[in-house]
Design a protein around this ligand. Structure first.
Ligand code: FAD
Length: 468
């Protein structure tokens, strides 16, 4: 009888342990994607990007004689219906590690087993299962460096090969239409503005990895901090949806490291940051919803959507680094890591606004949105997380620009106001934003809403007078 393979954040055919096991059984395989409440709850950009990823994955599966069946509703109900319709006796899937996904999967597994169905979950989204990495005392890691020392020595299994055919069932169950789901409905600017920046699917992700390792990795140590250079892999978008596996990235980098590339080691360390984020999310799920250190509940964060917050979202704080990065986010669905740190610091320290506001905005705008990396990144920036930057270390967005965008190439790419010949991307921003924002490239560039030095003083004084 067939095996259902329930796809989620694993939209690839290579190094896919769940699909591999299903294929190897010699039985028919029915790949299925379920639009449940977790999918409905995604932010606008990630949901739109998921739709593109699913369309691509469905086409890939058709190329190898299979299909992707789309169903919507509660996961267990959909799976039970498919079990009935196809006569399947097993359901396989790749694990996810966010609290809602984990709770759903645990319940689904128990119910399927009770009904006599084989229910198996597989690894693949991570290299190091969160419960397998432990301190000498058997606890989880709260600090990255010892986590890295631990995992760096682990012999990560070689990636599995690509699946080139899957046995089809005698008859296919009915599928809903992905197009009818309109996963991009809330992403008004998706198709026109952001689409050119998307690199879709497994083949392209592999090319991206190869190109990065051939051309960029040797300078990665320095270039990775420079938003004015194209120095990073940009694979986060593909890793987020499993269009490439971390194991594939790790092993390719390992080969480069063995050839003596120092940048390759740094890249592997960044992949380990991704694992660390999941380690934290798994062991302390509240990292995604509330201050990791509960003392910070007493900090006077402003949780309101103030005019300053709106200016931050709209990229018109008058602080060039912040505005450039926020506009990059709106137009491309991505933001350079240095930019993410700067805008997060500015929101939570200069503006004293709650990090949850930024977390949510990123969740709505990022095509590489990842529940673990986003939560860790925000709490790290705000000072409320484990292994966070200390609150008193306030990034100065002006001196940071001198350091990381010395020729102002990055800023010129994203800020049109006051320039005789603005960059195309800077103009694109004004085409992308809703009319209701009332902004035009002919406006004068705004004065800082909170100046770099003043904001720093205000943040430090809030920190010094806190009562914890
Ligand atoms: P590269 O430099 O090429 O790194 C390779 C891979 O390592 C990345 O693709 C990513 O998977 C991982 N990685 C690198 N840096 C980090 C990091 N600091 N934390 C976790 N993983 C990392 N990353 C996301 O993927 N999704 C998010 O939603 C996200 N939100 C963030 C929010 C804030 C406030 C901050 C400060 C960081 C956030 N990051 C997030 C981490 C980081 O900015 C991105 O992973 C990185 O910019 C992606 O670009 P890249 O693929 O070119 O990275």
């Amino acid at each position: 009888s067939p095996i259902l393979v329930w796809l989620r954040r694993d939209l690839r055919l290579s190094d896919h342990p769940a699909l591999w096991a299903a294929m190897s059984s010699g039985r028919a395989v029915v790949p299925v994607f379920i639009r449940d409440e977790l999918v409905d709850g995604l932010g606008a950009a990630p949901k739109w990007r998921l739709g593109l990823g699913l369309e691509h994955m469905a086409a890939r599966l058709e190329q190898i004689g299979s299909r992707l069946i789309f169903r919507s509703g509660a996961a267990l109900e959909c799976l039970n219906a498919l079990v009935k319709e196809t006569g399947a006796s097993a359901v396989y899937w790749s694990r996810t590690y966010d609290p809602e996904g984990t709770a759903r999967d645990t319940a689904v597994k128990a119910a399927l087993k009770d009904a006599g169905i084989e229910a198996r979950s597989f690894d693949g989204h991570l290299m190091f299962e969160p419960w397998t990495v432990q301190t000498g005392q058997g606890a989880f890691y709260k600090v990255f460096t010892p986590f890295w020392k631990n995992v760096r020595a682990v012999d990560v299994a070689q990636p599995l090969g690509a699946i080139s055919s899957l046995k089809a069932p005698d008859s296919w169950p009915e599928s809903e239409s992905l197009a009818d789901w309109s996963l991009g409905a809330a992403m008004r600017r998706g198709a026109e503005v952001v689409r050119p920046f998307v690199q879709l699917g497994e083949e392209v992700a592999q090319q991206r990895l190869d190109l990065f390792l051939q051309q960029k990795v040797d300078a990665y140590d320095t270039d990775r901090d420079r938003p004015d250079r194209d120095g990073t892999s940009c694979l986060s978008e593909n890793l987020a949806l499993g269009e490439i596996s971390p194991r594939q990235c790790w092993h390719a980098a390992l080969r480069k490291r063995e050839e003596g590339s120092k940048g390759a080691e740094t890249f592997m360390k960044e992949l380990a940051w991704r694992e660390f984020a999941y380690h934290l999310l798994w062991h302390t799920p509240h990292i995604a919803t509330g201050n990791w250190k509960p003392d910070w509940d007493k900090f006077p964060w402003n949780e309101a959507e103030t005019d300053e917050v709106i200016a931050w979202k709209q990229g018109r704080t008058g602080i060039q680094f912040v505005d450039a990065a926020m506009r990059e986010l709106y137009v491309t669905g991505r933001m350079h890591n240095r930019g993410r740190m700067i805008v997060a610091s500015y929101l939570t320290k200069h503006l004293l606004s709650h990090w949850k506001i930024g977390l949510k905005w990123f969740e709505d705008c990022l095509i590489d949105w990842d529940p673990a990396a986003n939560a860790m990144g925000w709490q790290w920036s705000a000072g409320s997380g484990p292994d966070a930057t200390p609150y008193f270390r306030v990034f100065n967005p002006v001196t940071q620009l001198d350091k990381f965008d010395p020729q102002r190439d990055y800023v010129s790419r994203w800020i049109a106001e006051g320039r005789s010949r603005p960059h195309e991307d800077a103009l694109n921003y004004f085409k992308a934003i809703p009319e209701s924002w009332g902004l035009s490239p002919d406006d004068a560039y705004p004065k800082p809403i909170v100046a770099a030095d003043k904001g720093r003083e205000r943040a430090l004084s809030a920190y010094e007078t806190r009562d914890f």
